[in-house]
Design a protein around this ligand. Sequence first.
Ligand SMILES: [Fe+2]
Ligand SMILES: [Fe+2]
Length: 166
Amino acid sequence: MKNYAKKYDRTEFNAELNKQIVEELHSGYIYMAMSAWAEAKGLHNFATFMKVHAEKEEFKHAMKFVKYIQEAGGIVEYGTIEAVPMNWSDVETVLKEAIKHEQHISSRIKLLWDLAHEKGEVYAFEMLTWFLEEQMEEENLFEDLLNQLELTGKKAGYWDHHVHHP
Ligand SMILES: [Fe+2]
Ligand SMILES: [Fe+2]
């Protein structure tokens, strides 16, 4: 790995990977806040959904980037995780914000993908392909929840009974 590290200028790619760790932890943080909001509103299944999503998806995504940086001979640097909103007007707004956030993360993964190809960071290709597919799934996951909410006539209490994380 040391020879590989010397061969390329990995500074920019390494910095973007470190930025992505914060993006993933920030995603988890946003979903934890949404979970707390849902819990307070009595939407217990949705609260569990968001908590599980933060724990089982977003924090694991962050760790995947940590592992890659270390295996590729880079330096892990932890940046600041921004504060997140704690209040939303209704569950529809929460879901629309989650979808918008996942679209933002998808664009980040595409940026990493482009940079990996530009820099010849070949070992990252497989991981980033996995993340691209993962992003498609996650965008669909939240879009499905929004569609289901609309099918119940936006009756959040009734909708919540059928919410569970896959
Ligand atoms: Fe993620
Ligand atoms: Fe996500």
